[in-house]
Design a protein around this ligand. Structure first.
Ligand code: SF4
Length: 243
């Protein structure tokens, strides 16, 4: 089993490495992808809101804010009150799912970026360990541990950072990663806790390394209903539970 697990991990890592960043941060329009992959504050906005809504909507929101306000400067957005953020979000063409929580999330993120990092969101991760980065994201209202770990994983891919403590980064246990790990027979339950534990067993040195592959497989092939197993890069390892 150990050998099989190692080979499965290798296959997932190889697959995940070839998933384009634009698939990991999908957007409705290409300009939005350009923004979230080049502007650290835009990236943080989307990452912190990434819950409950389609990813394409979430990763386009910073672009919509920029279009609506005319800039995406955290120092200028600092002046917005909670009510101001709520009003801004209501005016967006696309909105996060939790519109009652999102204003506070963006308010706290913006104040964190300005008060602690001088308006430069990249300083959240520059020269820091993953564990600290995850704690920082998790400290923002509405950001759970899953999103905080996802943010650390994406920061490595998008901004070409390499954290020294990969063992600190878990997968984000969402509907896709939980389902795929269970079907593969690595996770023994369809729960977030079981999925995190399974990824840690697969690769204790860097549990989150399989996240991109699991998430992308779940979105594009390993559907909840009628998964497309033929041609799946990990079919030979798969227990295919409940398929
Ligand atoms: S072989 Fe089928 S069930 Fe298994 S991971 Fe691939 S798509 Fe999912």
């Amino acid at each position: 089993m150990a050998g099989t697990l190692a080979h499965l991990t290798q296959a997932l890592v190889a697959y995940g490495n070839h998933v384009p960043v634009t698939d990991l941060c999908p957007t409705v329009v290409p300009e939005a992808a350009q923004l979230v992959t080049s502007d650290p504050y835009a990236f943080c906005m989307a990452a912190c809101l990434d819950r409950g809504a389609r990813s394409e909507i979430i990763w386009t929101i910073p672009y919509d804010v920029h279009t609506l306000v005319g800039h995406l400067d955290p120092r200028r957005l600092y002046a917005l009150s909670l009510r101001g953020w709520a009003s801004l979000i209501q005016d967006l063409p696309r909105r996060p799912r939790y519109t009652n929580d999102a204003p506070r999330t963006l308010y706290e993120l913006t104040h964190l970026v300005v008060d602690r990092y001088g308006g430069n969101a990249a300083r959240i991760w520059e020269g820091r360990r993953a564990a600290e980065v995850i704690r920082t994201f998790h400290s923002i209202y509405g950001v759970g541990p899953g999103i905080a770990n996802m943010a650390a994983l994406l920061i490595e891919r998008v901004f070409r950072v390499r954290f020294p403590d990969h063992w600190s980064i878990d997968i984000k246990p969402d509907t896709h990663t939980v389902r795929v790990l269970y079907r593969l027979g690595i996770s023994n339950d369809r729960t977030e806790e079981a999925a995190i534990a399974a990824a840690r067993r697969m690769n204790p040195e860097f549990p989150g390394i399989v996240d991109a592959a699991l998430w992308h497989l779940g979105r594009t092939r390993c559907f909840a209903v009628a998964p497309q197993c033929q041609g799946c890069p990990v079919e030979r390892f798969c227990a295919k539970r409940e398929v």
